[in-house]
Structure formats: C-alpha cells, structure tokens
Design a binder for this molecule. Structure first.
Ligand code: G3H
Ligand code: 13P
Ligand code: ZN
Length: 316
C-alpha cells in the first residue's frame, strides 16, 4: 500500500527511522519487498533521475505497481530522490509519488529557499510532501561531485530559517555523511552535536540523512577477492549510530551504495565460481535473497523492524 511520506514520518519520529532505498530494476524491487516482509517494517522507495532514465519512468512505476500488488501487506511511500525543479514538477503531476526531493543545495540560501518554495506550493496543492537539502554533503551524487573541503555541515539557525521560509516538510541535513563508497576520509563519524543542535531549534521536525551506507569492509573485501578493485579507503556510516540519531530527529535514512555492493559481490562471486555459466538468472536469484537479508539487517539497525502493525493501526 502506497502511503504519504508525512504520515510515515509522523508515526516514526523519535522512535525509528524509515529506510529509504533506491531501486532501478525488478531484482532490487523484489529483494526490497521480500526484505521488508521479513522485517515487518515500513519503508520508502526512492527513484533517482538516473534510475528514471535507466529503466524508463513507465517501467519503474509499473514495477512498483506490480510489487505493490504482489506484496499486499507492504506499507511504503514512493519518493523522488535528488530532484531538479522540472523533474519535481513531472513527478508531482504524474500522481504516482508520495513526495519529492528538491535538491537546490548548490544554490545560495535565498535561491535554495525560493526554488524550494515554488516546489512546496505545487506539491502541497496536490497532497505531496517535499524534502529539501541544506548544507553540502561530500561525495558523488548524480553528476555532481563535491570534495570534502567544499562539503559543509548544516547550520542550525539557517535550517530553522530555511524550513520556516520554504515550507518544506523534511530537511536533508549535512551532518558528516557523504554519498558513495568513500566517506569519512578524515576518520570522523556522524556529528551528533550538530544533529542535536538542529533538533533543538526544530523540535519534532523530521531530518533526513543522505549518504548513509555503511560500506562494510567484509563486503568490499569479497568484491575485491572476486576481481573487483575498490580502494581500501572505502568507508561508511557505522550502522550502530542510527539508534543514537533516531531520538535526535533523524526520521529518514537514505541507503543506495550498500545495495550496489551486494549486487556487485553476488555477481562477481557467482561468475568467478562458475565461469562456464552465462545465464544471469541464477545469480539474480542469489542477489534477491541476499538483498532481502540485507534489508532485514538494516531494518533492525534503523529500529523499524516489527513496526508494521503499529504503522497500520496508526494509519486507520
Ligand atoms: O544519491 C544518489 C543515489 O545514490 C542515486 O544514485 O543517481 O546514480 O541513481 P544515482
Ligand atoms: P549512499 O551513497 O551512502 O548509499 O547514499 C544514498 C543517498 O543518499 C541517496 O539519496
Ligand atoms: Zn542522497
């Protein structure tokens, strides 16, 4: 069942974080729904501009309609990840999405507020909620690369002003994470003091943490043992830190890179071990099962495991 993102946030705030996962194909969609069935957890499906271009909008939306029909107990929202202004309008008009993200974080404060306000007005008129971003995360997203010296944490006072003036419903904050497989080259983890300072000025307001993959060392080592060449500098967020971030208002946690690592590990290992094979369906099956287990594990760490009935009751 597709629900609104704000309904999920109202139920989750302070208690658990809703995992938000990007999908690009059928295998990810099935693994995602199987995993959340095992976990009995609500979740958010995210579609990036890249995914919409890769699979095609119609294909992606119909994959989601199909899994929604097959997994009738699932409760989830559909969200545009890192949208530009035009893509936000396309998604708002399509009637399919629960929420959109307008990523104008590269603009100056006034420009970011003005762009976000335009999207908010259009989205709210159609019942969608809007995620915006303030501050600069490091790493690579879509085609923009921000190196660490240009990344900057979200300023709490600015966040309060931004939310009040733009009217956005949730805010992606820069609190130490970055996109991709290479995070924290300085060795630091999440900036809990910064998350707490933002919550103090915006009590009850949902914060979103992008770049939240954990890039497990063992996963990177398995990819490399099967022919990959990922750098040993690959590093991510400690999954045990999510439980500390939740009471501080982190309500949505974005994870994409880790799922790609599962895909790469499964397929590299499969074809390394069975070089005579070329049928992609056997490793596809292994991937879907592995991805479901991966989702179960993430749900435990996000505290969203076994919340489905609570969410279902709250939605009635
Ligand atoms: O933050 C971006 C997400 O990981 C989506 O990545 O734009 O390559 O689909 P993508
Ligand atoms: P990761 O690259 O850490 O998985 O982050 C994904 C993300 O933020 C999608 O918006
Ligand atoms: Zn992101």
């Amino acid at each position: 069942m597709i629900v609104t993102t704000s309904e999920l946030f109202k139920i989750a705030y302070g208690k658990f974080a809703v995992g938000a996962y990007n999908i690009n194909n059928m295998e990810q969609a099935i693994g995602l729904f199987e995993g959340h069935k095992k976990a009995q957890a609500p979740f958010i499906i995210q579609l990036s501009k890249g995914a919409r271009k890769y699979a095609g909008v119609k294909m992606l939306e119909n994959i989601i309609r199909a899994v929604d029909e097959i997994y009738q107990d699932a409760i989830f929202a559909v969200h545009l990840d890192h949208g530009d202004e035009q893509t936000c309008y396309d998604c708002i008009d399509s009637g399919f999405y629960s929420s959109v993200m307008i990523d104008a974080s590269h603009e100056q404060l006034a420009g970011n507020i003005a762009t976000t306000r335009r999207i908010v007005d259009k989205a709210h008129a159609k019942g969608l909620s809007v995620e915006a971003e303030l501050g600069k995360l490091g790493g690579v997203e879509e085609d923009i690369k921000v190196d660490e010296k240009h990344a900057s944490l979200t300023d709490p006072e600015e966040a309060k002003e931004f939310v009040e003036r733009s009217g956005c419903d949730s805010l992606a904050v820069a609190v130490g994470t970055s996109h991709g497989a290479y995070k924290f080259s300085g060795g630091q983890g999440l900036h809990f003091d910064r998350i707490a300072a933002i919550q103090k000025l915006l009590p009850g307001y949902p914060m979103v943490m992008h770049g939240s993959s954990s890039v497990p060392v063992e996963e990177v080592e398995r990819v490399n043992a099967a022919g990959g060449k990922l750098s040993s500098a690959a590093k991510g967020v400690d999954v045990n830190e999510f439980a500390r971030a939740v009471p501080l208002g982190v309500t949505k946690v974005n994870i994409d890179t880790d799922g790609r690592l599962v895909w790469t590990r499964v397929h590299r290992e499969y074809f390394r071990d069975q070089p005579e094979n070329f049928d992609f369906r056997p490793p596809g099956k292994v991937f879907m099962a592995a991805y479901a287990d991966f989702i179960l594990h993430k749900s435990e760490k996000l505290l969203s495991k076994d919340r489905l009935e609570e969410v279902r009751k709250a939605l009635q």
